[in-house]
Design a protein around this ligand. Structure first.
Ligand code: FUB
Length: 429
């Protein structure tokens, strides 16, 4: 269970992922979905303690579904490291998904999968890049240009690039060291938009902001333009991931605000990912974004409660964690007073009942409330029975129509784990 304090009782959309400490956001838009790959700071991390890579998805930018671990240090047989799963990026090409993973001090590996959800496997069984004389080979970012040439940039404190071959798992030519754009530290994010090339990056430590440079060529020279987010004492680190989605532009980054919301104010590497909307000017330069706001970004569309919703889909939560059971993610570590909040749920003309797929532990109830944690109660679903047996539990609901934030509030014996949740679905009136 994550530590919970009263500050978590007020809903915020910042940070966006609450069941784990996450960092190094790498968004990939594929079909109509945002696939957000992140690194993972262990709950008890002091310095960097990072063993695996995670995936979250969203189609509305505020409710995110946790898909758990999609790759780990164990995916690479050539390293025995048990720490150092640093900032990754996944790109799609020809129906395959390539995940570029730095293993701190051991170079950059590559994994491939037929699905954005994995499983990701190592096709080369060695590092893709490893300049063994230094520890600079971190934070890969890959972009495929319009002519089909793929480039990988990476590095701290100097940026490097290579041209990747079409197979995406090898490269041709030399590794090029690039002149550092002003304030460059690490975490490059390389992309092209409206004919201009962009290199966004974590700016000089510490505190890190997000800077960016532009070029007319994929290989530079790079000209520093400005900060996308200025450095501020509010966060020691930052790390950009940038995308366009459904007509808007977004910058993801990292901070320590989930840990602070858990009441831990001393420094540990327990980070959390946030997102802000970003605007380009006519000349392609980027308007500066303020530090992550509590309001986050606007929801795109609404959540449909009449389709199966994975329990690990949420805009905010208190207390709960997730685990992968037989390749399925479930919500666990549920105690009295914990809750899950879903933003912008469209009840339409009204809901009649809710069915919750759950496995009792000590048993308890799910209160279905709207608009805030103490908001109107629409019903209570009792979850009790044979321990660890998954079943559907059904409760009638008071009529409600329109769009509301939905709170699933968990109640039961204090200090006991109540149940696990897999998914839920409402029935229309
Ligand atoms: O998360 C580990 C390292 O911290 C990343 O690779 C860097 O970019 C920084 O965020």
């Amino acid at each position: 269970m994550l530590l919970a304090t009263s500050s978590l009782a007020c809903f915020s959309q910042h940070p966006i992922l609450t069941t784990k400490y996450t960092a190094d956001p790498a968004p990939m838009v594929y079909k109509d979905t945002v696939y957000l790959y992140t690194t993972h700071d262990e709950d008890n991390a002091d310095g960097f303690m990072m063993k695996d890579w995670l995936l979250y998805t969203s189609t509305d930018m505020v409710n995110w579904t946790d898909h758990g671990v999609v790759a780990s240090l164990k995916s690479f047989a050539w390293t025995k490291m048990d720490n150092g799963a640093w900032a990754e990026q996944v790109v799609a090409r020809n129906g395959k998904f390539y995940m570029y993973c730095p293993i701190h001090g051991n170079g950059i590996g590559v994994l491939v999968s037929d699905s954005p959800y994995g499983p990701f496997v190592d096709p080369i069984n060695k590092p893709l890049v490893w300049q063994k004389e230094n520890w600079n080979d971190i934070d890969p970012t890959v972009f495929i240009d319009d002519d089909g040439q793929a480039y990988m940039y990476w590095g701290n404190p100097d940026p490097y690039y290579v041209k990747l071959n079409k197979d995406m798992i090898s490269y041709s030519g030399e590794i090029h060291k690039v002149a550092r754009p002003a304030h460059y530290q690490e975490g490059p994010w390389f992309y092209k938009r409206a004919g201009k090339y962009y290199l966004a990056y974590a700016s000089t430590c510490c505190p890190e902001g997000i800077g960016y440079a532009m070029s007319d060529s994929p290989t530079g020279p790079w000209t520093f333009k400005n900060y996308i987010m200025s450095p501020t004492d509010k966060s020691r680190g930052n790390h950009p991931g940038i995308m366009d989605y459904k007509g808007k532009s977004y910058v993801f980054g990292l901070n320590y605000d989930l840990m602070h919301a858990h009441g831990i104010m001393e420094h540990h590497e327990r980070r959390s990912v946030s997102v802000a909307e970003m605007h380009y000017r006519k000349d392609g330069t980027i308007e500066e974004v303020p530090y992550w706001t509590k309001e986050g970004v606007a929801q795109i569309g609404h959540l449909n409660p009449y389709k199966r919703v994975e329990a690990e889909t949420m805009a905010w939560s208190k207390g709960v964690k997730t685990e992968k059971i037989n390749n399925c993610v479930a919500v666990n570590d549920i105690h009295n007073g914990d809750y899950i909040m879903l933003k912008g749920v469209n009840f339409g003309k009204g809901a009649k009942s809710i069915s919750i797929n759950a496995a009792p532990l000590n048993g308890g109830t799910v209160e279905i409330r709207i608009d805030n944690i103490n908001g109107k109660s629409l019903g209570t679903c009792k979850i009790a029975g044979e321990e660890n047996k998954w079943s559907n539990y059904i409760a009638g609901m008071t009529n409600i129509s329109g769009v509301h934030d939905l709170y699933l509030v968990f109640k039961g014996d204090a200090d006991k784990q109540l149940f696990k949740l897999d998914y839920w679905q409402m029935k229309k009136r």
